[in-house]
Design a protein around this ligand. Structure first.
Ligand SMILES: N[C@@H](CCC(=O)N[C@@H](CS)C(=O)NCC(=O)O)C(=O)O
Length: 201
């Protein structure tokens, strides 16, 4: 499978999920300034929306949007348990995916956009802090992941947003459960391999 990505971006969610499923993707890097991809193409011809992740499967079908690709991979690689097997828990995991996508992921925009102002970043941080507090409380008393010992794609997505706190210079000191979660997820072979393959270590 071919994954269009940017190092450390939300495409890392899909990259880690693939490795959890035992798949090593062919990586194609996007240069966000030009739209060029390192296979000699341009992202616009791959994804009319102009961004990553884009996953091209064995049949050449293109998949976009982190949440949609995550659900597709969970169905395709059922044995990897990327979503909980229990239907009720599965719905909760989808709820987490939607929450992380719309209420956390997008708030990081101002931290990585060169034209964002300090006021933009401050306003985003106020909301990020509330979302992190909620996630931290959910993880309280858990020595594992969002669904206890089950490691799901919702954990992967949460992990990637926490991974961004370093470049965004947001301290996790106030949320010890999130800090511990980040440390635990960082130890997974899939995460170590994906981070290395994206040139982040
Ligand atoms: N709604 C999209 C958002 C994807 C997104 O934000 N992609 C970012 C990286 S995290 C990107 O490609 N930015 C480059 C650009 O927009 O030019 C999804 O869930 O996949």
């Amino acid at each position: 499978m071919k994954l269009y990505y940017m190092p450390g971006a939300c495409s890392l969610v899909i990259h880690i999920a693939l490795r959890e499923a035992g798949v090593t993707p062919q990586l194609v890097k996007l240069n966000p300034e030009t739209g060029d991809t390192d296979d000699g193409g341009n992202i616009k011809t791959v994804n009319a929306k102009g961004y990553v992740p884009v996953l091209v499967d064995e049949d050449g079908e293109k998949h976009t949007e982190v949440v949609a690709i995550s659900l597709m991979l969970a169905d395709k690689f059922g044995e990897s348990k990327l979503l909980p097997a229990d239907p009720k828990q599965r719905r909760r995991a989808i709820e987490w995916l939607a929450f992380i996508s719309t209420e956390i992921h997008k708030l990081f925009g101002p931290f990585f956009m060169p034209d964002a102002t300090d006021a933009d970043r401050k306003a985003a941080l106020v909301k990020i802090e509330k979302r992190f507090e909620y996630a931290d409380e959910h993880l309280d008393g858990k020595n594992g992941f969002l669904f206890n010992e089950e490691f799901t794609v919702a954990d992967i997505y949460l992990f990637v947003t926490l991974f961004w706190t370093t470049p965004a210079q947001i301290s996790l000191e106030k949320w010890p459960n999130l800090g511990a979660f980040l440390g635990r997820v960082m130890q997974r072979p899939s995460v170590i391999e994906a981070i290395k393959a994206e040139g982040l270590t």
